[in-house]
Design a protein around this ligand. Structure first.
Ligand code: PFF
Length: 451
């Protein structure tokens, strides 16, 4: 991506940004959070946040990138020297996410391997997943394989090829997800799960649920970590920014919704009404889907195809995470690409191993009931990203002023339909809300008060 006008047309830009946005966050993370945090309640909060906060932040980030023509680390600094720290903070997020993202990527390859070798019935066993992740060599081995594959792609510069493949894979993944979801809904007990997934209960709304939904929103849309700033820096001025953002959001949210539809009703169908299954956390997809496949005709083949597709979605996202880290290090220290790539891979391997072992030999490490992987996830999504988002809002709202962004959005045809909402959200609603939600979650973590 040396040439800054890389995306020749709008569709190219939307697909590339969506390719980075759509990943494990949609398929693996969204369903387990929705299951855990009240189903319909979580879904509703998520949707409201997506069209307000998500929209506003994504507009701001892409416009910042296009306006400055540089990536996150430099973009803030180039507009105001005092905000150089924000670029640094934003770039720290991928450094934390990438290692544990690769751990989950490893789980996906493991399940692919099991399915392709005819192990659908084994994988559907009640203790299969926990037996796997509580081991030592297996989780580490699959994690290192995923990490190694990502590093090879980044080091050999074949991202373009992978992106081409994944453009074909993504629509197939959508269709397959719909098929699996429809099948899942025909299972006995699934309807109760569907109701749980789409019916909100206002009594369940809490600061914790809102924070979880917000962290998920940032994570899923690759916000508050500098990524969209970088993407924006490659976007052409004649492409309409506002409608591109709407499309990326719709795509990303649509896939997350479908993934929830595929998993949550199935959890109800297979748990025999035992609601504790809903709080399974990171393992939910891996525990539920094999049971769905095992009960299906041709489930072995369908499961194999499914895990290949998820692998590609995860790989494209992991590539974009690793690329970001590599380019930040290269810009900062002036190292060569090769050296930086190898260093980042080694760093990620070292950082990822504790997350990988956190369900087995390192399970004694726990904080507020969270494993190492959950802790990493919490620090990046529920602490760092809200902080980055807060300062981004302050930066746009009070330093460069919302008009600077609006002018950038309007470059194409003079229009910015949601400008009023954008101004209010970026200046007042989002920053105030972010402070409230962060203080309340920190206070409740420290046992001071709970909202
Ligand atoms: N948005 C991706 C997902 O939902 O899986 C995660 C991600 C990918 C974040 C790439 C950041 C990134 F650069």
């Amino acid at each position: 991506m040396k040439d800054r006008s890389n995306f020749s047309n709008k569709l190219g830009f939307v697909l590339a940004a969506a390719g980075s946005a759509v990943g494990l966050g949609n398929i693996w993370r969204f369903p387990y959070l929705a299951a855990k945090y009240g189903g319909g309640t979580f879904l509703l909060i998520y949707l409201i946040l997506a069209v307000t906060f998500g929209f506003t932040l994504m507009i701001a980030e892409i416009a910042l990138g296009r306006k400055t023509g540089i990536s996150a680390i430099g973009a803030f600094k180039s507009l105001d020297r005092r905000f150089g720290f924000l670029g640094f903070l934003a770039s720290l997020v991928p450094v934390i996410i990438f290692p544990y993202y690769s751990v989950i990527g490893g789980w996906v390859i493991k399940y692919f391997a099991v399915f392709v070798s005819g192990g659908v019935q084994d994988a559907a066993g009640d203790t299969y997943f926990t037996d796997f992740i509580s081991g030592t060599m297996q989780p580490i081995g699959w994690f290192l394989l995923f990490l190694g594959l990502t590093a090879i792609v980044v080091l050999c510069g074949v991202e373009k090829g992978i992106e081409k493949v994944s453009k074909v894979m993504m629509p197939i993944l959508v269709v397959l997800t719909i098929i699996i979801a429809v099948y899942g809904l025909t299972l006995e007990g699934a309807m109760e799960g569907l109701v749980y997934y789409i019916q909100p209960h206002m009594a369940d709304v809490s600061a914790k649920t809102i924070l979880a939904a917000m962290g998920q929103l940032f994570y899923s849309m690759s916000l508050a970590m500098g990524i969209m700033i970088t993407y924006g820096s490659y976007m052409k001025k004649e492409n309409h920014l506002e409608s591109s953002v709407r499309q990326i959001e719709l795509f990303d949210t649509g896939i997350a919704f479908l993934a929830g539809l595929m998993i949550i009703p199935a959890v109800f169908a297979f748990s025999g009404g035992d609601r504790s299954a809903l709080s399974a956390g990171p393992g939910l997809m891996f525990m539920t889907l094999p049971k769905v496949f095992a009960s299906m005709k041709f489930g072995g083949v369908i499961g194999t195809i499914f895990f290949v597709l998820v692998f590609f979605a995860a790989l494209t996202s992991a590539i974009s995470l690793m690329e970001t880290i590599v380019s930040v290090f290269m810009d900062k220290f002036g190292w060569t690409r090769r050296f930086t790539g190898i260093l980042v891979a080694i760093l990620a391997a070292v950082m990822g191993i504790p997350s990988s072992l956190g369900f087995g030999s390192l399970s004694f490490i726990s904080w507020m009931g969270m494993s190492v992987l959950d802790i990493m996830d919490f620090v990046s999504n529920s602490v760092l990203m809200p902080i980055v988002a807060f300062f981004t809002c302050v930066f746009v709202g009070f330093i460069i002023k919302p008009k600077a962004i609006a002018d950038e959005v309007k470059i194409t045809d003079g229009k910015f339909k949601a400008e009023k909402m954008f101004n209010v959200v970026i200046k007042w609603v989002a920053p105030i809300f972010l402070v409230l939600i962060l203080t309340s979650s920190i206070a409740s973590a420290l046992g001071i008060f709970t909202l």
